[in-house]
Design a protein around this ligand. Sequence first.
Ligand SMILES: [Zn+2]
Length: 180
Amino acid sequence: MGSSVATPVGRSDLRRLALEVRKLSKTTDQLFFPIVEFIELILPKIDPGFELEILTREEMGTKHGLTLPDKKCIRLREDVYIRACNNEGRDRLTLAHEVGHYFLHDSSSVQHARLQPGEEIKAFEDPEWQASAFAGELLVPAHLAKGLRPADIAYMCGVSNEAALMQYNKIPGNNRRISL
Ligand SMILES: [Zn+2]
């Protein structure tokens, strides 16, 4: 079986990277991260040549987003983009996930691997896990969200209840393992 394997990156590294991204956009002291504005206005300044492409459902099919770091491009399906503009938590997370791929994954950091039967990629080597973990850390800043209830995290950070609960359980010092 073939799979993509990325240079290993753990959650604490991803949390640090998310904080760096917040510093670049001067949002370290606010719970809500303006992900659409970041992609449209800040990312092109950080990385000249960056391009956001909004594509139709016909062009994207079932893919909500696609990142081509080597081409400095993030592609979003237009309905996903519009919902993210309307602060829909699930779609905001999709955008943050693509930003994670953009910063973390290019042809030098992701390789195609042949796995032995029964062998599984470790989470911290899985590019999809890395992008999703980064997205959660970016939209829910641990240093500000610590101690907040999941429902408050969802409301104040603009994420789904599911994502809020997931991040709640990852924040160091929180009472572990609240479930819905
Ligand atoms: Zn992905």
